[in-house]
Design a protein around this ligand. Sequence first.
Ligand SMILES: Cc1cc2nc3c(=O)[nH]c(=O)nc-3n(C[C@H](O)[C@H](O)[C@H](O)COP(=O)(O)OP(=O)(O)OC[C@H]3O[C@@H](n4cnc5c(N)ncnc54)[C@H](O)[C@@H]3O)c2cc1C
Length: 460
Amino acid sequence: MEIDRSFQRIAQLAQQLQPVGRSLSDETLGSRGIEGMPTLGVGLPALEIEKAFPQATPATSFPPSVSDFYQLDDLLTGEERATRDRVRAFMESEVAPIIAKYWERAEFPFELIPKFAKLNVSGGTIKGYGCPGMSILSSALVNAEIARVDASCSTFLMVHTCLGMLTIGMLASEEQKQRLLPPLARLDHVSCWGLTEPGYGSDASSLNTTAKKVEGGWLLNGQKRWIGNATFADILVIFARNTQTNQINGFIVKKGAKGLKATKIENKIGLRIVQNGDIVLSDVFVPDEDRLANINSFQDTNKVLAVSRVMVAWQPIGIAMGVYDVCHRYLKERKQFGAPLAALQINQEKLVRMLGHVQAMYLMGWRLCKLYDAGKMTPGHASLAKAWNTKVAREVCALGRELLGGNGILGDFNVAKAFCDLEPIYTYEGTYEVNALVTGREVTGIASIKPPVSSRNKRS
Ligand SMILES: Cc1cc2nc3c(=O)[nH]c(=O)nc-3n(C[C@H](O)[C@H](O)[C@H](O)COP(=O)(O)OP(=O)(O)OC[C@H]3O[C@@H](n4cnc5c(N)ncnc54)[C@H](O)[C@@H]3O)c2cc1C
């Protein structure tokens, strides 16, 4: 009864507003409203952001890069700068104008794959086999520049290049490299990398997927979770436990293999463009030629993760640079109380705090690459950079979100998208905490990752 009365009251109020309701709704919406009630403009397309908020430029027109306060460009070679500039121009002109809509719809922009292919960055540091053979710093700069405009695109390429392709580049036989890498370098094929399982995230080395030797190959059974690019990848690098040796081995599973199912994980709040998948493997047959030749234990997997962690450490740098650039422009364009937002002391302090963080993160990332080149990088170095950069970039994004006021929660101004995208990056490739503990183990000599109370400890 009470509910009925409330409904009638709403209907009466709606009748009073009908002149507005009719002009907004009836012609456009026909009978889509609730029966007996005018629709009051529900379902009309939103105003274009440029019309709704003409005072500041949205990120479809990406601002110039202004975060290099300490002239860190001086640390780069001419070639590194040229690669960086080429990727920056591409991202600003081809990706920025379209990407927020894909993010909103959580769809992958397949139209960009041939364009990324033309950039000639797929394969990163791998030499030969049609790959660009870049320095680790060039490859990191590429990753950061892509993340500056869109972190999902950088994750797509990072998974493909620094996990899928790099595993093949570092741990496959010569025949496998010759066969698999060239189409991946051309982006005719896309790869994904399946380590994590529903029951084993941080504890990935305990994974449960099995590989049983049968005549002419292997039978894979198990489940993977969170695997980036999984729903459309042509080449799936899958880690499984050899039932004879109990060690982790790596396998190439091809799209369409019998018994393979990959479904999209829905409802993500970050990296919405990345198609993360649940993979189910039911008696998937992998021929002997597709068992990756040099993966004989989890230690081999770790060799790949050490390099890819360098790349992941550069994603928050790129994200923070992009957020800073957008905020810098916004604060000068948007006025309140008769002055640009940039004239307010608190806003300036926030902007400068963001700028300081970008300088520090960049220097740490740059030094990490130099240590890698000199053969001096340890797992602890890479883990500290990944952990610390994601933590600091979180503050940069939070400050940026504040500075943009209401527009700080809209995808149109990039900051909200960056804010959300950073969350999964804080967690993947080893969470903040696990990476901190890898470095903690190195500097103290005491391992603390395994909990003191563990069913596995009890068994052993
Ligand atoms: C968007 C996205 C993309 C991903 N892409 C891939 C991919 O392409 N391929 C792939 O294989 N995986 C991928 N992952 C998986 C990712 O690597 C895992 O999510 C990550 O390792 C954390 O595992 P978990 O989510 O199960 O968290 P859990 O391991 O359950 O951790 C939960 C919490 O407990 C903490 N914790 C766990 N263990 C410890 C410990 N020993 N000490 C202290 N704290 C601890 C963690 O830090 C975290 O805060 C992706 C994940 C996401 C979210």
